[in-house]
Design a protein around this ligand. Structure first.
Ligand code: IMP
Length: 201
């Protein structure tokens, strides 16, 4: 099987991307598993796409392998689209973890009724080949911010992201692997991975 380097240190993303691409016929390896050090990329860009490409380029160059990276976030309409592309750093250095960031968003939306709590998860995945070719695909899931965290699965903002059926993304279990922003972006990338695999084998 051809190897695909997963350019992320986020354990939640690694778990999901592995499960989603399980049957795609690629051996998915993290930099640590491949014994590769990819120089860290400052996620300072204004778009998910630029960040995802930068992460994948760094990994593909370091490894000489096709590399896949994801950049994602949650966009809350009542916060002007924040945290968006800065989702991982929202609230600044005083935030200890995702739990603190969720609490901050809930505080900022306190008292707002459901229709004013609209939000979406967005993910852009970038596949970069060692020769420099770049493919990007995007996935979006619409929802709203819950009144309080619900559910114990998933990671990050999942417990406060309500889907239209009233469950949060942290309550849907393995269904997340079909319906999430990341799953949709990877589904769109799948034909590219299939074609590439055929040309490599
Ligand atoms: P980045 O893509 O590594 O910049 O991280 C994006 C931020 O959004 C992190 O804080 C993640 O925890 C969060 N995030 C990304 N994807 C998801 C998801 O599927 N569920 C919940 N939070 C997510």
């Amino acid at each position: 099987m051809p190897r695909l380097l997963l350019a992320t240190g986020n354990a939640g993303k690694v778990r999901e991307i592995r499960a989603i691409l399980g049957e795609a016929g690629w051996e998915i390896v993290t930099p640590a598993e491949a014994g590769i050090f990819a120089p860290p990329v400052a996620e300072g860009a204004r778009t998910y796409s630029e960040n995802a490409i930068a992460k994948a380029v760094s990994a593909a160059r370091a490894a000489g392998l096709p590399a896949l990276a994801d950049d994602s976030g949650v966009e809350v309409d009542a916060l002007g689209g924040a945290p968006g592309v800065t989702s991982a750093r929202y609230g600044g250095p005083s935030m200890r973890d995702d739990h603190d960031r969720n609490a901050l968003i809930l505080r900022r939306l306190q008292g707002l009724p459901g229709p004013r709590r609209l939000a979406r998860f967005r993910a852009v995945v970038a596949l970069v080949l060692p020769g420099g070719r770049v493919f990007t695909r995007e996935g979006v899931v619409e929802g709203r911010i819950a009144e309080a965290p619900q559910g114990a699965n998933g990671f990050g903002y999942d417990p406060i992201f309500l889907l239209p059926d009233g469950r949060t993304m942290a309550e849907v279990g393995d269904e997340k692997l079909r319906i999430s922003h990341r799953a949709l972006a990877l589904a769109a990338l799948r034909p590219v991975l299939e074609a590439l695999k055929t040309s490599l084998t």
